[in-house]
Design a protein around this ligand. Structure first.
Ligand code: LAC
Ligand code: ZN
Length: 465
């Protein structure tokens, strides 16, 4: 091992090979529950050639490698569950090119989502995918999980903006997966195979994104409902009116309250409210946006919204978004939780929410729910609080989670909308796929990584039956 560490140091430099336990600790967890898996070593290469050299070495000596971006993941994808090294992409943090003429940009994977969106906005361009963690998550992690975010409802997810990827394969080979063109009908779509593959097939080292023009105007409103299911029913009615909002977020009152509380933001919660809808419209024509808001108001009235607050200033908009975006983090300040990233067909959202609550009563767990209602994507935070460890990780709660996933399937959905499978959801993959399907996935993994050294123990269940 000593000799191998020496070789990592030769490749990356001694400052970028982390040996001391207290320094490695930072790479032992992400945002998933309270899970901690200590890497034996952390290497932080500075460019694609160093990553390739690291992978060649690991391939030669059968060393397990877990790639890691910013560590904001919610399914444990970056946890070194099988030991070995963590390979951090944090030094690959450059925006290499913004090609205004072609509406494209080329970036490294360690660029923070918000840094990138601000840079392209300065050029009048727009990169829509905006996960709640946009202020800290890396674009490489967004690729790994095919991240969404509030704007996905109108603009689509990460996948819809990726044209081409440079990747390093587990044996160290450097490869471009596709072409920088807007159209491409040439062979298997390897680019799209890598998107959402959670660092199990290769390490993304460059990304070519397609961009769109930045819509200059937006309007935001917040509606309260005394009946959370009425809020859910409102969502598809808005679309049926012919409006496509740029965000339709549902928040149970408890979610919003915890977020506001831990952010120290004052907010006047109405006594009777059970849930809130945060709805944004954006575009190029202010009159059209006013018209959209009038249609949305009609729907809100028809579905019994209690109060509707229009955010008239930038500061008000910012405050509402801040409260919404911080929910995931702030619920954690209240209690450890298991995050179930449920997703169903949009019109079935009421059945999903009511079903989750019924399953919670049956299995004895409390849940705090919120999410991207316009996509039928509901984040279900199962709260641990004082639940004893043996119950928290025991078969009873797992059965309850299975029941939630079965409900998702019944409602035309699946088990993750945007957080991925990673470590914590892999045991439920049989709810989403047949054995044949899972074997196909395993075979694909073997083609790219025959030695099984890259992010092992993720996505595909341990026992396929
Ligand atoms: C959100 C993250 C948790 O929507 O996906 O807040
Ligand atoms: Zn989300």
């Amino acid at each position: 091992m000593k000799d191998i560490i020496e070789q990592f140091i030769q490749i990356c430099g001694s400052a970028h090979v982390i040996i001391r336990e207290e320094d490695r600790l930072k790479y032992a967890s992400d945002y998933t529950e309270n899970l901690v898996f200590m890497p034996e070593l952390v290497v932080i290469p500075g460019n694609v050639d160093e990553i390739s050299a690291v992978m060649k070495l690991c391939h030669q000596y059968d060393i397990t490698v877990t790639p890691r971006g910013a560590g904001t993941g919610l399914s444990g994808g970056s946890l070194p569950v099988k030991g070995g090294i963590v390979l951090s992409t944090e030094r690959l943090n450059k925006i290499l090119d913004i090609d205004q003429e072609n509406f494209q940009a080329t970036v490294e994977p360690g660029v923070i989502n918000e840094v990138f969106r601000n840079a392209v906005e300065a050029e009048g361009l727009f990169y829509p995918p905006d996960p709640a963690s946009k202020g800290s998550c890396f674009l490489g992690g967004n690729i790994a999980h095919n991240s969404g975010g509030p704007k996905a409802v109108k603009y689509g997810v990460t996948r819809d903006y990726v044209l081409n990827l440079e990747v390093v394969l587990p044996d160290g080979t450097i490869l471009w997966t596709g072409s920088d063109t807007l159209k491409n009908s040439t062979g298997y779509a390897l680019t799209h195979l890598f998107i959402g593959s959670e660092g199990t097939l290769g390490i993304v080292t460059k990304i070519v994104f397609r961009l769109i023009a930045k819509p200059p105007h937006d309007l935001l409103l917040l509606a309260s409902f005394s009946d959370a299911l009425a809020a859910c029913r409102t969502v598809s009615a808005v679309f049926l009116k012919g409006v496509v909002p740029s965000a339709v977020e549902l928040m149970e009152k408890s979610a919003m309250q915890l977020s506001a509380h831990y952010l120290n933001e004052s907010f006047d919660f109405s006594e009777s409210a059970q849930a809130y809808l945060l709805i944004e419209v954006d575009g190029f024509d202010p009159d059209k946006l006013m018209d959209d808001c009038a249609k949305i108001s009609d729907v809100l009235d028809a579905f019994g919204a209690e109060e509707v607050l229009f955010a008239d200033t930038a500061a008000q908009k910012e405050k509402l978004w801040k409260i919404r975006r911080a929910i995931g983090e702030k619920v954690k300040a209240h209690s450890i939780y298991k995050e179930e990233d449920t997703v169903v067909k949009r019109a079935f959202l009421p059945e999903l929410l009511s079903g989750v609550k019924e399953i919670g009563s049956k299995y004895g767990f409390e849940s705090i729910c919120y999410g991207h209602a316009g996509d039928g994507n509901l984040h279900v935070n199962i709260i641990k609080k004082d639940m004893p460890e043996e119950l928290w990780n025991g078969p009873h709660l797992k059965e309850g989670i299975r029941e939630i996933f079965r409900l998702c399937r019944k409602l035309g959905g699946t088990i993750s909308g945007e957080h991925g499978i990673g470590y914590v959801q892999k045991e439920y993959m049989d709810e989403a796929f047949s054995v044949v399907h899972l074997h196909l996935m395993q075979s694909i993994k073997k083609v790219f990584d025959p030695k099984g050294i890259l992010n092992p123990g993720k996505m595909i269940p341990d026992d396929l039956g």
